[in-house]
Design a protein around this ligand. Structure first.
Ligand SMILES: Nc1nc2c(ncn2[C@@H]2O[C@H](COP(=O)(O)OP(=O)(O)OP(=O)(O)O)[C@@H](O)[C@H]2O)c(=O)[nH]1
Ligand SMILES: [Mg+2]
Length: 515
């Protein structure tokens, strides 16, 4: 990009040489990095950026060992720390006026012709002032949500990302018209899964990339340096009268060198974007359920912790709704099994529970053929309470699975009755909690949604037991493996989803009217 530059008298005297400009006290020194010129053997000056001793540079976060990533991907897929650096700006140059080039004795007539042709290429603004080339802008770093990405594992393998530096303005005599394009460095774009939260390492939230294509500029590339012209005094005066715009730094120094890019350490946290979260003990049949009602193909096996990372599936709209069926589509997330003590780190621990945060409805899958399914149900509710009591306020459907087995079928009536006993009729809203994601309204048994405008603190909620939280929106006995009552289950899930969509809309409306 070219800029209009005026030339302060100090820089326009014929005595000013490149060496003086580069080695003299006029060099701009950035606060974060120090620019240094060193001479190589041929005596040519070469620009390099060195680490300043006075400033601490962010320590590079080490990449995770590929073996560890392969063995334990579930520990790394949803969180990573990366270091990014935007590109340095390219340097300006000391250019020679075409008139001087023409006057060079050593050049032959042919050369002079060429030069005078080039002279015509020097750009002038509408007011006659010269437009001189500037160094290329350093590449920015942008992080964007890409639907094709599922995890953050790739970023563990490569935790440092540098954008390219801008191009330097070439040596004396190169004309504006040749330099105008191609000097700015391309932006570095880093794809992450939809639902990634971008934060400064131990610092402020920069963006929540919830929608495909959402993006955030995390580091701006350095500004390119300006160019100067070396010329005799009589021409200088003429030029000064024509120009108005001067680029200077704080100490009145002209910025010939490109500015350094910025280096930042970022923490990326993935929070799965799903409408419905499937929870339950290991082996309850969560993945089988997901495979039965969506096109997802999760691993299913007869041992605990088959699922290590959330699986996503898309539930089609309800065909009975006719044209409105698309409004009943939903994304389901099948989460790893939860066990007693998960909130203390047992099993896969509690970290994956953060993926429930954006869900609006929970489907609690219980293996009804187990020895004590009621206790299994209570265990999971307790773990949710210990992790985040707000999750207990979310509407939920209980799926009593494996009723193809006689053991489960026999227990069904009593189990349903016992589960219905646990819970209260009071419904809380999370309006006013930290994130809009968590704004919820919960239906009571009768389907009415009540809103408590005052937010209840998490400490207060911890004092409450699971019986103080709402009952399930529905309880259904099914066999997802054998396809028994799967349609009834789908009906209940869709009805609960519609109810919480309606109440969310109502909440949004009332929030907007208050604004
Ligand atoms: N008999 C019967 N078996 C089922 C049913 N649903 C699932 N299973 C079996 O239960 C076992 C566990 O199923 P998964 O779907 O992997 O269970 P999960 O809850 O996803 O387990 P984790 O991923 O370990 O948390 C598998 O052997 C399934 O075939 C069912 O309706 N009836
Ligand atoms: Mg599973």
């Amino acid at each position: 990009m070219a800029t209009l530059v005026s030339l302060p008298s100090a820089y326009l005297t014929p005595r000013l040489t490149i060496d003086k400009l580069f080695f003299g006290p006029l060099l701009p020194i950035s606060t974060s990095t120090k620019h240094n010129w060193d001479l190589n053997k041929s005596g040519k000056s070469r620009f390099c950026t060195i680490k300043s001793r006075l400033t601490t540079r962010t320590k590079e976060s080490p990449s995770t060992n590929p073996d560890t990533l392969l063995k334990e991907p579930h520990k790394y897929f949803d969180q990573v720390i990366i270091t990014i650096r935007s590109g340095d700006g390219g340097h300006g140059a000391i250019l020679t006026m075409p008139s001087q080039q023409r006057a060079t004795k050593s050049q032959g007539k042919h050369d002079n012709k060429e030069k005078s042709k080039k002279k015509l290429s020097y750009k002038r603004d509408f007011d006659g002032s010269l437009i001189l080339p500037v160094g290329g802008h350093g590449g920015d770093v942008v992080i964007y949500a890409d639907e094709g990405k599922d995890t953050l594992l790739e970023l563990h393998k490569k935790s440092r990302h540098n954008a390219k530096r801008g191009g330097n303005v070439a040596a004396m005599g190169v004309l504006t018209s040749q330099l105008r394009d191609g000097l700015a460095a391309p932006n570095l774009r880093i794809p992450v899964p939809v639902g990634t939260v971008v934060k400064r390492k131990r610092g402020k939230l920069l963006a929540d990339l919830k929608q495909p294509g959402d993006e955030v500029l995390v580091a701006r590339g350095g500004q390119g340096g300006i160019s100067l012209i070396e010329m005799p005094e009589y021409r200088r005066k003429k030029l000064m009268s024509l120009t108005t715009n001067v680029m200077r730094d704080e100490s009145d120094k002209v910025l010939v060198l490109g500015q350094p890019g910025e280096e930042v350490s970022l923490e990326l946290i993935l929070r799965v974007v799903a409408d419905v979260g499937l929870i339950g003990l290991p082996n309850a049949g969560k993945s089988t359920l997901l495979a039965a009602i969506t096109l997802a193909k999760p691993d299913i096996a007869d041992y605990p912790f088959t699922t290590l990372m959330p699986n996503l599936g898309r539930l089609d709209g309800d065909p009975d709704l006719g044209p409105g069926q698309y409004s009943s589509e939903a994304t389901l997330a099948d989460l790893p099994g939860l066990i007693e003590g998960a909130h203390l780190g047992k099993g896969l621990g509690r970290n994956f529970l953060r993926h429930l945060r954006r869900t609006r409805l929970l489907v609690h899958v219980v293996d009804a053929s187990g020895d004590d399914p009621l206790n299994d149900y209570i265990t999971v509710r307790e773990e949710l309470r210990m992790y985040n009591p707000n999750y207990l306020e979310r509407p939920y459907v209980v799926v009593l699975n494996k009723i193809d087995l006689p053991k489960a079928r026999d227990k069904l009536p009593h189990l349903t009755e016992e589960i219905l006993k646990i819970g209260s009729d009071i419904v809380h809203s999370e309006l006013g909690m930290s994130s809009r994601d968590e704004v919820q309204s919960l239906p009571t048994e009768g389907g009415e949604a009540t809103t408590l405008s005052s937010a209840i603190s998490v400490e207060d909620k911890m004092d409450k037991g699971i019986e103080d939280y709402p009952r399930p929106a529905a309880i259904v006995g099914v066999s997802v493996l054998k396809g028994i009552r799967v349609n009834d289950m789908l009906k209940e899930i869709r009805a609960a989803l519609r109810k919480c969509r309606d109440s969310n809309d109502a909440l949004e409306l009332s929030a907007r009217s208050r604004e």
